[in-house]
Ligand binder design. Structure first.
Ligand code: ZN
Length: 268
């Protein structure tokens, strides 16, 4: 049954990145650099323990193939899990397969099931050229592979419920197979662990998609879904926020003014 148990969410900060604000917030404040965390989460629910996202690869790898981490900011995922008493996991949920969310997968027990949307894997193995780098796509003459390659993945087709009452909702936009993890926290709050569907609080507050996206229209539709179900959001690169503490986000679909009779009169 959905949400038959409450969940405990533990935030894990695995690294920091200095990024242009427009990378996280489309066309916003270009040239302004923000220092943002790379996050993962432990979710304990109904006797099951899940890790949501797995952080960024090691510093040399990031510098060579992606973006340099803030020096000294990276923490070893396995060590962090041990410190949290999470010696074993019942599953790993990947919000999507970008390098800073699905790194370190190869450091985890291969027997632990990994849950990812089928649409995400399909895109990750053959993305548009613009998005190849984000997926560690195998490029000619560069012999490195993404950490999820060669690993058995449990592929999901849209919304799903995992053991322990963990609900996953498919929220395309940032990537085709982005998903959010929906948990009912102690106290009754329904929180969404959003990955890069909501990379920072600003994306929700100002209704701006991530600078990296495959479909802005899909993103707004996903946000309307999130607004319906979640009363709190854990951004992929920010701190938890209660959605009702922000100005009411509308995420209106295109044409909404016409729907309300504010549009230009049309000949029929
Ligand atoms: Zn991403």
């Amino acid at each position: 049954m959905l949400h038959s148990s409450t969940a405990k969410v533990t935030q894990l900060q695995l690294a920091e990145l200095d990024v242009d604000r427009s990378l996280n917030c489309y066309l916003t404040d270009m040239g302004t650099i923000d220092r943002v965390p790379v996050k993962a989460y432990l979710v304990d629910a109904g006797g099951y323990r899940y890790l949501v996202d797995t952080g960024a690869p090691d510093e040399d790898y990031c510098r060579q193939w992606h973006r340099a981490l803030v020096p000294g900011s990276r923490r070893d995922l396995v060590q962090v899990l041990l410190e949290q008493g999470a010696e074993s996991l019942d599953g790993v949920i990947l919000t999507h397969l970008h390098w800073d969310h699905a790194g370190n997968l190869d450091a985890l027990d291969p027997a632990v099931p990994v849950f990812v949307q089928r649409a995400e894997l399909a895109y990750a193995v053959s993305p548009l050229p613009l998005h190849r780098r984000g997926y560690d796509h195998l490029r000619s003459g560069k012999d490195h592979m993404p950490p999820w390659a060669g690993r058995e993945l449990h592929l999901l087709d849209g919304d799903s419920v995992l053991a322990g009452g963990i609900r996953l909702i498919h929220t395309p936009g940032h990537s085709p197979g982005s998903q959010c993890v929906l948990v009912r926290e102690h106290g009754g709050e329904l929180a969404a662990l959003a990955g890069d569907t909501v990379p920072t609080v600003r994306n929700w507050a100002d209704q701006i998609p991530c600078g990296i996206h495959v479909s802005i229209a899909d993103w707004y539709a996903s946000m309307r879904r999130l607004r319906e179900v979640a009363t709190a959001v854990y951004p992929g690169h920010g701190d938890k926020v209660h959605t009702d503490s922000l100005s009411p986000a509308s995420f209106e679909p295109p044409g909404y003014l016409l729907d309300r009779g504010h549009g230009v009169r049309q000949h029929s």
